[in-house]
Design a binder for this molecule. Structure first.
Ligand code: GDP
Ligand code: MG
Length: 178
């Protein structure tokens, strides 16, 4: 920081989004960063990351949020993806049980690449699909409790909790370092 910048501290946090294919990772990011949703999003449309700012304690905090851009289909998200991450959203789809069953593996992978101070949130996405729900809120909550994660159900489609989920993670990272 240069001295003429006094009082204008800058924070930049890298956050990764992980989880099985088609759980809605890319749409959660586009909803949060651009307020956009795409019904037919292609897994390969790969913007590496998007940056979004928020204010905490009068300071500008920037989150650089990374999307897998479809790498997860090959079960090989590279270590470069995780490098330097201080926050993570681990996403499953509440209408597809198998994506919830995969959460443990994603957490293992996260733990392999990042240390435990990473702010982690379990996200049950597509909560608008209540009629075909196959993972109960209770199941989500108890897994999160057992693993020491925050938990939230979201919908990238109707925007439920999307901003809240990202901002909770960003605040937690900020709390961890200040
Ligand atoms: P990704 O592979 O995890 O990045 O998933 P995408 O963001 O590409 O989404 C996969 C599919 O799920 C797309 O057809 C999206 O339109 C759809 N989708 C994503 N989020 C939601 C949601 O919250 N509700 C519903 N109903 N569909 C969603
Ligand atoms: Mg995607």
């Amino acid at each position: 920081m240069s001295s003429d910048d006094e009082g204008a501290e800058e924070y930049l946090f890298k956050i990764v989004i992980i989880g099985d294919s088609a759980v809605g990772k890319s749409n959660l990011l586009s909803r949060y960063a651009r307020n956009e949703f795409n019904l037919h999003s292609k897994a390969t449309i790969g913007v590496e990351f998007q940056t979004q700012s928020m204010e905490i304690d009068g300071k500008e905090v920037k989150a650089q949020i990374w999307d897998t851009a479809g790498q997860e289909r090959f079960r090989a998200v590279t270590s470069a993806y995780y490098r330097g991450a201080v926050g993570a959203l681990v996403v499953y789809d509440i209408s597809r049980r198998t994506t919830f069953d995969s959460v443990g593996r994603w957490l293992d992978e996260l733990n392999t690449h990042c240390d435990t101070t990473v702010a982690r949130m379990l996200v049950g996405n597509k909560c608008d699909l209540e009629n075909i729900r196959s993972v109960s809120i209770e199941d989500g909550k108890s897994l999160a409790e057992a693993e020491g994660l925050f938990f939230m159900e979201t919908s990238a489609l109707d925007s439920t909790n999307v901003k809240t989920a990202f901002e909770m993670v960003i605040r937690e990272i900020y709390n961890n370092i200040s």
